[in-house]
Design a protein around this ligand. Structure first.
Ligand SMILES: Cc1cc2nc3c(=O)[nH]c(=O)nc-3n(C[C@H](O)[C@H](O)[C@H](O)COP(=O)(O)OP(=O)(O)OC[C@H]3O[C@@H](n4cnc5c(N)ncnc54)[C@H](O)[C@@H]3O)c2cc1C
Length: 273
């Protein structure tokens, strides 16, 4: 299907971009890699009459350590994260996860932030980033705000972004050299059927689970069971994580099957950590 007609804007600064987005509101969409957006437009499921192409904005292209956090600009591609020596040094689990996303062509143009903003439930990075307590930085004509990633993704293809807002970067606290991080995924097709991340650090234990249900979430009950009972609590923690995942039946399997997969991933992650 042919693309509908639209205008393209290429602002050079974040300020220009948010002014444009503020004026155009629902008529505009932020355009980064376009790997999801153009597909939706071709299928007739989205029809913005203005695309605000922010890929060339210098401030959004930065990938750096900012204090005790990794700062991933909104225009940084999956491939840049995957290949960055800095990410490999400070957060190898994220670099490793990136190698499993899609294929090199998609990773070369698709951005990590675009993945989070699209909020497709069968996605990989959000689950690990929620377990790492990542935050989204969001700009608008009114200024900047920050939101935990866990609250940013509110449902399938739904985020807490308001019209006129632009995500500028994702901030990931660096868990420290002694942290144990495990991230697992089970997939029968290209995208994950279920995924789970476990972070054990001086700050405590965090468990996040995704892809099985409508959005990635933390399982705070699994976290407290593991913190109190250690390995002895694995079976109960696995049951709690399976409930938190809120699995739904789809082409990857039934609710019961996905709950089973969550339990398997939790047990594997705890044993490995
Ligand atoms: C064949 C294929 C296989 C894939 N397999 C996987 C997989 O295995 N695992 C996985 O996790 N993902 C997978 N993906 C998804 C892929 O990771 C995303 O398509 C990509 O990251 C989206 O980034 P983008 O820059 O292209 O976003 P775009 O398509 O440009 O944007 C996506 C949406 O987010 C909005 N948006 C983007 N950036 C911002 C911003 N900074 N502020 C506000 N709104 C914004 C856009 O307006 C649009 O609505 C796959 C995709 C394809 C095409």
């Amino acid at each position: 299907m042919a693309l509908p007609a639209f205008s393209v804007h290429q602002p050079a600064k974040v300020r220009e971009a948010v002014e444009l987005l503020g004026e155009l509101r629902e008529a505009a969409a932020v355009y980064m890699g376009g790997t999801e957006l153009l597909l939706l437009m071709k299928l007739g499921l989205a029809g913005p009459s203005h695309l605000v192409d922010c890929k060339r904005i210098e401030e959004l292209r930065r990938l750096e350590v900012d204090g005790d956090r990794l700062s991933i600009g909104a225009a940084v591609s999956h491939r840049q994260v995957e290949l960055s020596p800095m990410v490999r040094d400070h957060l190898p689990a994220l670099a490793e996860l990136e190698t499993r996303i899609a294929n090199v062509r998609v990773r070369n143009i698709g951005t990590l932030c675009g993945n989070l903003c699209f909020a497709e439930p069968h996605s990989d990075p959000a689950t690990l980033l929620i377990a790492l307590d990542a935050e989204m930085e969001i700009a608008s004509a009114a200024g900047l705000r920050r939101l935990p990633l866990e609250d940013f993704i509110v449902g399938p293809l739904q985020t807490a972004l308001e019209p006129g807002e632009l995500v500028t970067r994702v901030l990931v606290p660096l868990p420290g050299p002694r942290a144990r991080i495990r991230s697992g995924r089970l997939a029968f097709r290209e995208r994950p059927a279920v995924n789970l991340a476990l972070v054990m650090s001086e700050g405590g234990i965090r468990v996040a689970v995704g892809a099985a249900g409508p959005r990635p979430v933390r399982s705070r009950e699994a976290e407290s069971i593991l913190a109190e009972r250690g390995l002895g609590g694995v079976e109960d923690a696995a049951d709690r994580a399976a409930v938190a995942a809120d699995p739904r039946t789809d082409l990857d399997g039934s609710v019961e099957f996905k709950a089973h997969l969550v339990r398997v991933l939790l047990r594997r992650a705890v044993e490995a950590a």
